[in-house]
Every structure is written in structure tokens, then in C-alpha cells.
Design a protein around this ligand. Structure first.
Ligand code: 5GP
Ligand code: MN
Length: 338
């Protein structure tokens, strides 16, 4: 992160009164963690700060202090538009494409003439921002946020609550330190956070040990009935229909993490989760090693993400989407057997 960029960010902050922060649709611990941290810091600098989420976020993050003030665009579009019109700065957190906040909000954000900053760790961020804190090698946007704040003149304002939020972001985006974290900087950042007296073990429990009975049983269904393993392609996938979800009283976030189980099988290098939503099929892809699921999602499903974790939407039926996926596997057979 360039010192001159950090300085120009805070110079612009100093001149601003109203700042609006944006997280991506279905925000995760990283997006919310980074947003709450920056929000706290800006509050301490006496700025009017609003955090906007395109839609409701999972209840397993609702314990995070300040999350109750997040404005949900799908519920309060007019409020968000008003705030954006009166803002001096707009900040995008944890997404690389305007469409990741939904088409309607994405268009407003892309066309806004207000000074725009992005903090993100995804490949190929959209053009149109005035200042980029984009680092693909970083475990998470939260780690980038920590780096920027710790190298700024405002690090003395960093506190225990911000350290907790950053920890949530790094922990959730690395699958509890199991991927995207083979680097010294992530562990150095975490060591620093520990100095702010955070309880990493308690945070882990608050995020992960909060399943409802329904959510746990839905996971049971996924593993026993909806998992398909294709050893000839070193691949697997899980498919969930609308009726599966309604049978288990699906709540936002209930399928979070389910996709990873498909990769926990020996010799499986590529997995997908297909979830039937109201008017689309939501897809998550995960891979091991060099198989690039960002490229796979972009090329075949108009999605994207990182090399080992990506996502996309399909507007075909669940059956057609799964069939397309199975057919595509044939093309990648030799890339997948490693
Ligand atoms: P998830 O499977 O957890 O929803 O997404 C995995 C990763 O892929 C996330 O880091 C997310 O940013 C990215 N991603 C998910 N869906 C999309 C999409 O539709 N388009 C793009 N460009 N990236 C996505
Ligand atoms: Mn992230």
C-alpha cells in the first residue's frame, strides 16, 4: 500500500463531512468487518458515516457492534440515494465490480460523480474509482484496511473493537486460517490484533457455533442426499432446490460454508454449490491448487472471484445449470487430475 495513497485518502477524509461505505450483496464477515472498522475510525474523526448493504446480512454477524446501524438498500432505497447525493466520499469495500452491489445500486454508484475509493482484494477491479487500495495477495479486505490504518497517522485511534472487526474479516475470509493466508503479513496483522486484547477463540465461537437446528439439519441433507462426487473429474458438487430450503426454514446465511465440504473429500480438487433462489441459481465454486475457478466462473457463468473461490448466478433452471456444469467438467478433465 503506497504511503502517498494512504496520505491522499486521509487528506480527502479530512475535507469530507459525509461519507458512505458500501459492502457487497450478501455481505460476509470480511466486508462487514472492514466496513465497521473504517466506520468507527471515521466516527472518531467526527465524520457522518453511513454503511450500506444491498440486502440483509446473515444473523451470525449481527452480534458485531455497529452492525445494527447498517442501512439495507433493498429496504430503504430512498434513504440510501439521499445519503449518496449528499456525500463527499463513497467507499467500496470487498468487491471489484459495481454489479456486486446489485444492478440498481451498482448503476447509481458507477454513475455517481462523488469521489470514490475502493478497498478490495479481488482480481481486476472495475475502472471508475478515484483511489484504489487493491491487493490481490492480501487474505482479506480487512487485512488491507488494517494495513492502511496502521500505516496512517491515525493508528493511535485504533482500538479493541476495531481489532475484533478486523479479526472477524481475516478469520472468515481465510476459513479460520486454512486458505489464502500463507504469508507473513496476515499472521503479523493477527499478532498485532492480539495486542489489542481481543479474544480470538470467543470470536470464533460467536461466528461459527451459532447454527440453528434447521441449519444443521440442512447441512445433513446436503452431505447425505445432495452431494454428488465425480472421481473421474476430481470434482464434486451439492445442489439445493427451493423446496429443500423451505423444508428447513431457510434463513439468509444458512448455506454459508456448505460449499467447502465438497473439497474436503480426498482427491477432489474442484467443487460447486448450486442453490435455487427466487429467480436465479446462485453458484459458489471452490478449488484446490492451480485450478482457477475465477476464470471458470467468468468464462462460463459470467461470475468471478479469486483463483480458489468464486461465484456466479445462472438464469437457467437448476437442472440445466447442473447439466451445463457436468458437461464443462469433461473439458477440464486433465486440468483437474493433479
Ligand atoms: P461465494 O461463493 O462465497 O459467494 O463467493 C466466493 C468469492 O467469489 C467471493 O470472494 C466473491 O467476492 C466472489 N464472487 C461471488 N459471486 C460473484 C459474482 O457473481 N461475480 C463476481 N465478479 N464475483 C463473485
Ligand atoms: Mn473478502
Amino acid at each position: 500500500m503506497k504511503t502517498e495513497d494512504i496520505n491522499s485518502f486521509f487528506e480527502k477524509v479530512e475535507k469530507s463531512s459525509n461519507i458512505v461505505l458500501f459492502v457487497h450483496q450478501n455481505p460476509d464477515g470480511d466486508a462487514i468487518g472492514a466496513a465497521l472498522t473504517l466506520g468507527n475510525l471515521l466516527n472518531k474523526l467526527n465524520k457522518n458515516v453511513d454503511i450500506v448493504s444491498p440486502n440483509k446480512f446473515p444473523t451470525f454477524l449481527s452480534w458485531m457492534i455497529g452492525s445494527e446501524n447498517i442501512i439495507v438498500f433493498s429496504e430503504q432505497a430512498d434513504v440510501v440515494k439521499f445519503k449518496m447525493e449528499n456525500a463527499d466520499m463513497l467507499v467500496a469495500l470487498d468487491f471489484n465490480a459495481f454489479t456486486r452491489v446489485g444492478n440498481s445500486l451498482g448503476e447509481i454508484l458507477a454513475n455517481s460523480q462523488v469521489y470514490k475509493v475502493i478497498f478490495d482484494h479481488h482480481l481486476e477491479p472495475d475502472k471508475g474509482f478515484d483511489l484504489y487500495f487493491s491487493k490481490i495477495k492480501s487474505s482479506s479486505t480487512s487485512e488491507i484496511m488494517y494495513e492502511v490504518i496502521s500505516k496512517s497517522n491515525y493508528f493511535h485511534l485504533f482500538d479493541n473493537e476495531m481489532a475484533e472487526n478486523i479479526y472477524v474479516g481475516i478469520m472468515t475470509d481465510t476459513g479460520s486460517f486454512s486458505y489464502s493466508c500463507n504469508n507473513v503479513s496476515t499472521y503479523n496483522a493477527v499478532a498485532d490484533l492480539m495486542r489489542f486484547n481481543i479474544d480470538g477463540e470467543a470470536i470464533h465461537r460467536k461466528v461459527y457455533d451459532t447454527y440453528s437446528e434447521n441449519r444443521m439439519r440442512l447441512l445433513g441433507l446436503c452431505l447425505s442426499e445432495r452431494l454428488v462426487v465425480l472421481p473421474e473429474y476430481s470434482a464434486s458438487y451439492i445442489h439445493l432446490s427451493k423446496s429443500d430450503l423451505s423444508k428447513y426454514g431457510y434463513q439468509t446465511g444458512d448455506s454459508e460454508g456448505v460449499v467447502n465440504y465438497g473439497l474436503s473429500i480426498q482427491k477432489i480438487n474442484f467443487t460447486a454449490l448450486f442453490t435455487e433462489r427466487e429467480n436465479k441459481i446462485r453458484i459458489s465454486f471452490r478449488s484446490k491448487g492451480l485450478f482457477d475457478v475465477n476464470k471458470f466462473a467468468r468464462t462460463h457463468f459470467n461470475g468471478g472471484g479469486h483463483r480458489n473461490a468464486s461465484g456466479a448466478d445462472s438464469f437457467d433452471s437448476l437442472e440445466e445449470t447442473v447439466e451445463k456444469f457436468e458437461n464443462l467438467l469433461k473439458l477440464y478433465k486433465y486440468d483437474l487430475n493433479f
